[in-house]
Design a protein around this ligand. Structure first.
Ligand code: F6R
Length: 639
């Protein structure tokens, strides 16, 4: 039974929260709890009644339950399940249906009696829904209610599909999905317009009646809503806040999802801290930003009135702390991202030697390099480093079908002008047109179409990299296989991707690796791409000497930027460099105007990049440092 943590440091938290280092460990703990309940019930000859959720969050919990069934003999014979929700309308065999999800992730792999599985029916006639929902509630009650309900949380704060505005006593019913929820699901459905507008969901009241409720959340993406749910005022604007009323709830989080809770984000407000360099930097920058003051103008009173008296006492006088942090931030600024030759590098982000470095920039999609670090990319080339760029995936998902027709038509016409035969190509062209006309939402493209989409982006990437100043021989297209494999199955092995990346790294033997550290990207591709690079470097480290001298720098992509206190290298851009960067991004014509999956942000990528780089420069300026036009930010990953 969860307990409310009574420590001072959790005083802002209105319900019990357990934090695990990563989703894997957290999922194992939840699976363990579920198994315990099932066994406990089994020993008494009783039925365990489980409330289940779908989505990305519980996948590892289900995988662990399947493992326990296979390896530890955990039986589900005495288990009855009720799923939270289902899209409406929805056929149970559609790949996006929650029926499909549950079979794929759990039910097909365990010994549950199919009659014991309950998932709201997305095929009902509208006039039958109300009675069906009442019956769903009645059926749950007939088993004596839910023993344990597991939940995820949507970025709107929804639990189940109880969107903002839901009442705390709501029951199972038909609801309208929030726009943000539909956007979040758009990748699965191949566009927001294909996501159903409605769903059948258990109500908050239904969930509430469970004897135990575990809400799970992983990833930075959830940090903001988790903070609201845990520390915010109870309100139907964030339906998950109603869980604060329950005595039987526990939030199980990974460190990233918990990162905005007061005890992690601004711990000096709730406890005495161990003041290491990083925490001091974070706190001083937070204080300056909160008070909208330059670092060097912060006073003793400012420290004392904002939870930082302990720091002032331990390390004061505060003016010395201010100067120390000011210098630290100052030293992150460099116009020499590959190191400044012959300079004293003791206070610089990069080493001076070797003066000319071998550098490899990994770009998850074909345009992340220029969007996220185009200015630095150009500078590294201008400063004479041996710059390589590796495009990790083809990025074929993000090309409109019309583009494929346009390029193929060009090829056919070109052949005609050359007197060449386009027989096969014309046939393929016709086949593609037919396929596109009958294409279902999110239906994977044919291999041919994917290949052409990849080629379109390849051409753009070459144009962008050449514009930045890279030699053609240094442009690498990895076309990592995981990218197309995950379109067919979520259970993908990354071995081929790692091996391929090891080969490339070993060929280049870089002194610097730049990688996308944008783990909150909406499609997960960046995270996989980073994990692949890290795994490759760690394996190479065992045998290759050059790895000891290789520094890994992270940049962030189109979605969000590092916090100022995290930045270890800030590369300022002049107004002219901002324009050159923009031109490099413009080479990615298929991504201009309206990309296929823009995410939450409707601005074009070059606008987002410029806004973000200007914001970073402005933040430095406001802290009292020099005023630049724009800045690209990097963090070093020590592996
Ligand atoms: C799923 C459900 C939703 C999800 C929530 C989080 O049955 O009811 O509330 O739990 O949208 O989704 P993921 O886990 O995909 O982030």
């Amino acid at each position: 039974m969860p307990r409310l943590n009574l420590l001072e440091e959790t005083r802002y938290e209105k319900l019990p929260v357990s934090v695990f280092p990563d989703p894997q460990k957290a999922s194992l703990a939840v699976a363990q709890r579920i198994a315990e309940l099932i066994r406990e019930k089994q020993s008494k000859g009783e039925t365990a009644v489980l409330g289940l959720a779908t989505g990305a969050t519980p996948v590892k919990v289900y995988a662990e339950l399947v493992r326990m069934h296979r390896e530890d003999g955990l039986s589900f014979k005495n288990v009855v399940t009720f799923n939270l929700d289902e899209y409406y309308p929805m056929q149970p065999d559609a790949i996006q249906s929650y029926w499909f999800f549950m079979r794929d992730n759990l039910f097909n792999h365990i010994d549950i009696d199919p009659d014991n599985i309950n998932i709201p029916d997305g095929t009902l006639a509208p006039e039958d829904i109300q009675a069906y929902c009442l019956e769903y509630e009645r059926k749950i009650s007939s088993y004596g209610g839910l023993d344990l309900q597991i939940l995820g949380i949507g970025r709107t704060g929804h639990i189940g599909f109880n969107e903002p505005g839901s009442a705390p006593n709501s029951g199972t019913r038909l609801v309208t999905l929030d726009d943000l929820t539909r956007r979040d699901a758009s990748f699965d459905f191949g566009g927001k317009e294909n996501v159903p507008t409605k769903a059948i969901t258990m109500g908050i009241g239904t969930i509430f009646k469970a004897r135990e409720i575990i809400l799970m959340a992983w990833n930075q993406k959830k940090a903001e809503i988790v903070k609201k749910a845990v520390e915010g005022e109870m309100s139907s604007d964030v339906p998950a806040t109603f869980l604060q009323l329950s005595n039987n709830v526990e939030f199980v989080l990974d460190a990233d999802a918990a990162s905005e809770l007061t005890r992690y984000d601004t711990p000096w407000l709730v406890k005495d801290c161990l003041w290491d360099e990083q925490l001091i930097k974070k706190a001083v920058i937070w204080l300056a930003t909160t008070l909208d003051k330059p670092i060097l103008k912060l006073t003793e009173d400012d420290y004392n009135n904002h939870g930082m008296a302990q720091l002032a006492t331990e390390r004061g006088p505060v003016y010395n702390i201010n100067i120390h942090i000011f210098n630290k931030v100052q030293h992150t600024i460099t116009g020499w991202p590959g190191g400044k030759p012959k300079a004293d590098d003791s206070q610089r982000p990069e080493r001076a030697e070797p003066a000319l470095k071998r550098t490899i920039i990994f770009s998850p999609h074909p345009d992340d390099d220029v969007i996220s670090m185009g200015g630095t990319f150009i500078r590294l080339c201008d400063q004479g480093h041996d710059v390589h760029v590796a495009y990790q995936t083809s990025g074929n998902t993000a090309v409109w079908d019309e583009e494929v027709l346009r390029f193929t038509e060009f090829a056919i016409d070109f052949n005609k002008t050359q007197g060449l035969d386009s027989g096969d190509l014309e046939k393929q062209y016709e086949d593609m047109r037919v396929f596109m006309q009958g294409k279902k939402p999110n239906q994977p493209d044919t291999e041919e179409i994917r290949r052409i989409k990849g080629l379109i982006r390849k051409g753009e990437a070459i144009a962008g990299a050449r514009y930045a100043g890279v030699a053609d021989a240094n442009i690498h297209f990895q076309d990592l296989p995981f990218y197309d494999r995950v379109k067919v199955s979520k259970n993908v092995d990354f071995e081929d991707d790692i091996v391929q990346t090891m080969e490339l790294l070993n060929k280049v033997k870089p002194h610097q690796v730049f990688a996308a550290g944008d783990f909150a990207d909406p499609h997960g591709t960046h995270k996989v791409c980073f994990d692949v690079i890290l795994a490759a470097l760690l394996r190479l480290k065992e045998t290759e000497e050059w790895v000891a001298d290789c520094w890994l720098w992270l940049y962030r992509g189109a979605w969000h930027e590092f916090a100022i206190h995290e930045i270890e290298m800030a590369v300022p851009l002049s107004p002219q460099e901002v324009e050159r960067k923009r031109m490099a991004i413009f080479k990615h014509q298929s991504q201009k105007d309206l990309p296929v999956f823009p995410g939450d942000d409707m601005r074009e990528f070059w606008v987002r990049a410029e806004d973000r780089n200007r914001d970073t420069a402005q933040a430095y300026d406001q802290l009292g440092l020099a005023e630049y036009e724009a800045m690209e930010a990097f963090v070093r990953w020590r592996f």
